[in-house]
Design a protein around this ligand. Structure first.
Ligand code: ADP
Ligand code: ZN
Ligand code: ZN
Length: 753
């Protein structure tokens, strides 16, 4: 953690009287300090908690937020006090208050709680609210021009006359607008201004967000859909905290129904936030929203530009953005009047941020709703065991849509035992699947092949000496990308040209591709179906949201026969002509030591399968598996997820695995294996113990080397009734690691790599 200048560092200030005529205020900076620093401000500035200010730090200026003198953390989450109070006469002064809407008390409390829950410095959580889009700058309101009586001696050129004629209506316009409307250069406008014929005025701040109309195009609802929509509307109208699980098979109308909850929220004049796991892929979602409400929602994700970011931020803060749809980081927007959060695909591990502040946006959405007193709706066809357990325990309300809308049937599932009917040597599609694809294409319907693996082959091996091509910086094989003639690591940025000879034994032509990636499946499909129009969907072939939207539109327009894709194809797309889905390697996610491997595989494969048969023609799903007896395969075959999840629950309950117990991981990394081992051993020696508390490890992480850093893991497991945060605080306090060693804390880990 970075060290503060000692004279700046205080904690829990406010006890000392401020000097006469000035105010002493804690200011939280978006940086990894342990807490706010005290500053002084002239009483005339009248700063309040939440005000966004500019303050000196070292010889820089930083943007921060006036914080609360006392936080409201529950005892479990409270931090041990640290630091000391700075004397009044050594305090530095707040430079200015920025012209931005202040952060309200609920958001400040939320920042404090998230920081405490995840054991992150509060400034790093604040940074997610502030940093990206503010950068210390105040948005300057646009200035425009209006006419004023011209001075008598004004020289009237034809160009100037055109401008004056345009501006005679008295409407304020920007320089750019005038220049283009009058067909003159910007210099003409400036000349007229200098001559005194135009004067500048501040334009109304931009209001880019049209207001969604809840009555624009409501759906006709019946049966379970109607009941669910009514229940959700009631939760929203109650204006208090609740969590509802909205569950239903793919195509049952979950989106349609939660849009009703948003309508209710709009009717109450409140703001709604929709969190999607991957907003960059959501073109179809935007269209749905627009059809329902007449306008597009405000958007928030990492790929929108600076300007859009700032507008959404301000729109959230001043209430003009009524509905925001975003990726997990949208959770930290400063909504002034939030009334609802929807977490769509709540089971998705993409809601977990794995770097910086390690948090789960689904869980923190529930926290935000609880602190601010509004409902949260979590949505999934295959809810996580965590959410199911919460529903079971009565903490969450559960609404179920049992059938597909409009009588569409769920796809039929077939398991292909690859041991009994293997594909020809060196190929990956079994004869049965090939036949299914052929007949689907013959009926002029669409087929899809799914394999969650980018590139050509996951492993390149020398047939002569057995050498495996590995990343020099990670414990990982290099993945061949044949299109680009490179080997690349999927864990770091390392990429190298495909070597002509084996780097070890120098044999020529001995390097062999082992196993398939989607490039290889595409090659196979091209040979089998030379006339089919094939579209490959992966992050390598689709350069961004626009390309993805175009690919999806092509599929909907029926300009594609066979889609081959990675998990991108699993997102909630509606492909009306798709009737066959082939899962190339259904066993793929089941290896490894991941607690949730089975659950995760079911969720992903069910989601992929759900793309098939969404319109009138029934769909068919073919699973290629070498372990057809595996409970995951059997559950996919029967479609009985409830039973599968009950089995999962029975397996996790006795060992207090989540959700029946709590986990926190410590990931220790260092430049050398010795340093990593030494630090890990120290944590091992000081490990907490007691009834209901257990520590597993230290052990090398499965990704033992990542980006050149050697990684060790320890796992703290406790009973559900025992909070991990105080235990972690005590534990971290017992170990002094050198500054080359990094210790990451991951509360409620999702990844075990
Ligand atoms: P899910 O989110 O559960 O996958 P969707 O909300 O996407 O389901 O609904 C599947 C399809 O059925 C969509 O095209 C949707 O517009 C349509 N649909 C669902 N419910 C209705 C309804 N009540 N009226 C009209 N269309 C509906
Ligand atoms: Zn070799
Ligand atoms: Zn690497």
């Amino acid at each position: 953690m970075a060290q503060a200048h000692p004279s700046l560092f205080t904690h829990g200030s406010g006890a000392d009287p401020a000097p006469v005529g000035s105010q002493r205020v804690p200011v939280l900076l978006p940086m990894p300090f342990a807490g706010p620093f005290d500053y002084k401000a002239p009483a005339s500035m009248a700063l309040q908690p939440g005000d966004i200010v500019s303050v000196p730090l070292g010889n820089r200026r930083e943007t921060g937020v006036v914080w609360d003198t006392h936080n409201t953390l529950p005892p479990d989450l409270a931090r041990p006090p640290s630091g000391k109070t700075v004397a009044d006469n050594r305090l530095r002064s707040v430079a200015e208050r920025l012209e931005l809407p202040p952060l309200n008390a609920e958001l400040r409390q939320f920042v404090d709680w998230v920081a405490a829950y995840t054991l992150s410095p509060p400034g790093m959580v604040l940074a997610m609210t502030l940093r990206l889009h503010m950068k210390g700058s105040t948005p300057t309101p646009a200035t425009g021009w209006i006419v004023q009586p011209p001075p008598a001696e004004l020289r009237l050129t034809p160009a100037r006359q055109k401008v004056l004629a345009l501006m005679a209506d008295g409407v304020a316009r920007t320089t750019t607008d005038i220049a283009s409307a009058a067909g003159v250069s910007a210099g003409v406008v400036k000349g007229l201004a200098d001559a005194g014929a135009l004067r500048t005025i501040l334009l109304e701040p931009e209001r880019p967000f049209a207001q969604p109309d809840p009555l624009h195009h409501p759906p006709v609802l019946e049966g379970a859909q109607k009941e669910a929509a009514t229940a959700l509307r009631q939760s929203v109208n109650a204006r208090c905290f609740s969590v509802t699980l909205l569950e239903g098979v793919t195509g049952s109308g979950k989106t349609e129904i939660y849009l009703e909850a948003i309508a209710a929220c709009l009717e109450q004049g409140q703001q709604a936030l929709v969190l999607l796991p991957e907003i960059a892929l959501s073109a179809q979602w935007m269209d749905r929203f627009t059809r329902r409400f007449g306008v597009r929602p405000a958007v928030w994700h990492s790929e929108i530009g600076q300007k859009a970011r700032r507008l959404t931020w301000l729109g959230a803060a001043d209430g003009s953005a009524r509905v925001v749809v975003g990726a997990r980081s949208a959770l930290f927007l400063p909504f002034c009047n939030p009334g609802l959060i929807i977490v769509d695909e709540e089971h998705e591990s993409l809601f977990k941020q794995e770097e910086g502040v390690i948090y789960n946006a689904r869980d923190m959405a529930v926290l935000r709703g609880r602190l601010a007193g509004f409902p949260v709706v979590v949505v999934s066809a295959t809810p996580s065991l965590e959410t199911l357990a919460n529903a079971e325990a009565g903490r969450y309300q559960r609404l179920v849509l049992p059938t597909r809308h409009g009588g569409a049937s769920l796809p039929q599932t077939h398991l292909l035992d690859m041991r009994a009917a293997p594909p020809p040597r060196g190929l990956f599609l079994s004869p049965q699947l090939v036949e299914d694809i052929a007949s689907t294409l013959a009926r002029e319907e669409q087929a899809m092949l799914f394999l969650n693996r980018r590139g050509y082959a996951p492993l390149t091996l020398c047939r002569t000496c057995g050498h495996r091509m590995e990343c020099p910086h990670c414990t990982a094989w290099l993945v061949e990308h044949r299109n680009r003639h490179v080997l690349s690591c999927h864990y770091c940025d390392h990429t190298e040209p495909m070597p002509a000879v084996c780097p070890t034994c120098k044999s020529e032509d001995s390097l062999t591709a082992i196993g398939p990636g989607i490039e290889r499946i595409t090659e196979e499909a091209r040979q089998l179906f030379p006339d089919a129009r094939i579209l490959v969907m992966s992050s390598d072939t689709l350069g961004g949201p626009a390309a993805t939207a175009e690919a999806v539109a092509k599929i909907a327009r029926r300009e594609v026969d066979l889609i081959i894709g990675t998990q991108i194809v699993a997102k909630g797309w509606h492909f009306p002509h798709l009737t066959l889905v082939g899962i190339v390697d259904a066993d793929l996610g089941l290896g490894g030591a991941d607690l949730r491997a089975g659950e995760r595989t079911i969720q992903l494969l069910h989601q992929v399968a759900g793309r098939a048969g969404r319109a009138s023609t029934p769909g068919r799903v073919v699973l290629q598996s070498y372990t057809p007896e595996h409970p995951v395969m059997q559950a996919l075959l029967s479609g009985d997820f409830d039973q599968f999840m009950e089995q999962e629950a029975e397996q996790r309950r006795p060992g207090f695995w989540p959700p029946y117990g709590r986990l926190a991981a410590l990931i220790i990394s260092a430049d050398t294996p010795q340093a990593a081992d030494e630090a890990a051993a120290q944590f091992g020696r000081t490990a907490p113990y007691g009834e209901g508390i257990q520590v597993l490890g230290p052990a090398p992480a499965p990704l033992a080397i990542l980006r050149g850093r050697h990684r060790r893991r320890l796992l703290l497991r406790t009973w559900r009734s025992i909070a991990v945060q105080p235990i972690l605080h005590r534990w971290l306090g017992l170990v002094q690691v050198s500054r080359h060693v990094r210790v990451e804390v991951d509360v409620d880990p999702v990844s075990f790599l």
